[in-house]
Ligand binder design. Sequence first.
Ligand SMILES: Cc1cc2nc3c(=O)[nH]c(=O)nc-3n(C[C@H](O)[C@H](O)[C@H](O)COP(=O)(O)O)c2cc1C
Length: 162
Amino acid sequence: MGIANKRTDATFELVDIKEYNLPKFNETIPAVMSESYETPEVNVWSDKVKELDGFVFVTPEYNKGITSALKDAIDYLYTEWNNKAAGIVSYGSSLGVTAANNLRLTLTVPKVATVGTQPALSLFTDFENMSSFKPAGFHEETVQTMLNEVVAWSTALKTIRN
Ligand SMILES: Cc1cc2nc3c(=O)[nH]c(=O)nc-3n(C[C@H](O)[C@H](O)[C@H](O)COP(=O)(O)O)c2cc1C
């Protein structure tokens, strides 16, 4: 967010899925077939995703996958994601790269175009005592490149949504 907020080509905001209190996925009708939700919390989540043109997913990796919380947050919606762009930043003891690749595959279904540049952070070298975030300086260039790609694709994809 520190890097993104210094940019002038887009407005960035932090969206923490934890704050949306989404329960475990429990819809009868999949979002691809319906845009009305049985779970009240999903309506708030839907409004938020709807208003955004692009995303940067920041994800840890647990046993080679993304968290069930993130998977549910994606699965709950469909058209809200369609024809938007995303970058992925992963972290973990082995950089979270496999989770990032899983996430990339998941996002193909709701038609989110994921950019190629993918910053990956190590629990051992980008965090102090595995908890306090102290990223190595070289990541900034990769993050800027990823954001360049996300802004460009988000801007381009807006034209086909309209
Ligand atoms: C059960 C478990 C499995 C994990 N598996 C992986 C893994 O496959 N790859 C990886 O890079 N890190 C793995 N990690 C390390 C986590 O990504 C790391 O603890 C990270 O800080 C979790 O992020 P969070 O605390 O924000 O949820 C694992 C951690 C746990 C507890």
